[in-house]
Design a protein around this ligand. Structure first.
Ligand SMILES: [Zn+2]
Length: 209
């Protein structure tokens, strides 16, 4: 049986990852970025916002401070997988859906033409965590990819079958960062180790934004 480490992935010369917030690139594509760099490829990462509103305690961690922390963490994270090229789109966290779609698409088109990737990776239409910024990025990237003639491969990030099995089915309205009453739940589809019946549980907090 083929291990996940040997799943056939075509050789990538230039990978362009396009995301909404610092840390999206890591939990969505760190392994892929590392693989491309290890095999001599180029990796360019684009981030739309600095993630300044990604806290439930804006008094304790004001937006500008949080942006600096997340920016620093992201660059350390990219450095760990050998990525040196990064581009900001300069938008505000949580506001991507309010930006005219043509404006966002034009930004991505310009980057596609400048970087010439053979592979682009971003969120699928569902946005992985249902975050509206994630869904918006998926729209912008997909539109831009179509506008530029679909010259590269376009990949949508997803979860592995093993993650899916262990974490249950993420419902379409799930948000991993929600703590609101009635927060979305995941189904545990099997008996757990102690033999208890399958049950619903709160999606863990915090916060992958
Ligand atoms: Zn995010």
């Amino acid at each position: 049986m083929m291990s996940t480490d040997t799943v056939l992935v075509p050789r990538i010369e230039t990978l362009l990852g396009i995301w909404a917030h610092p840390d999206d690139e890591a939990y969505m594509s760190a392994g892929l970025m590392a693989r491309v760099r290890q095999t001599g490829g180029r990796v360019v990462v684009v981030t739309a916002t600095r993630g300044e509103n990604g806290t439930e305690d804006p008094q304790g961690c004001p937006p500008e401070l949080l942006a600096q922390v997340r920016e620093r963490e992201m660059h350390a994270s990219l450095d760990a997988v050998g990525v040196r090229e990064h581009i900001w789109l300069g938008h505000h966290d949580g506001e991507l859906a309010q930006i005219p779609r043509a404006q966002g698409v034009a930004q991505v088109v310009e980057i596609l033409r400048r970087v010439h990737p053979d592979t682009v990776v971003t969120f699928g239409p569902e946005g992985m965590t249902s975050h509206q910024d994630h869904q918006t990025m998926s729209q912008w990237v997909t539109d831009a990819w179509l506008c530029t003639g679909s010259r590269s491969a376009l990949w949508y990030a997803t979860v592995s079958p093993e993650f899916h099995d262990s974490s249950g089915v993420l419902r379409s309205d799930a948000s991993w960062s929600s703590t609101e009453p009635g927060a979305p739940t995941t189904e545990k589809p099997r008996l757990n180790r102690s033999g208890q019946r399958a049950r619903r549980r709160k999606v863990p907090n915090p916060p992958i934004e």
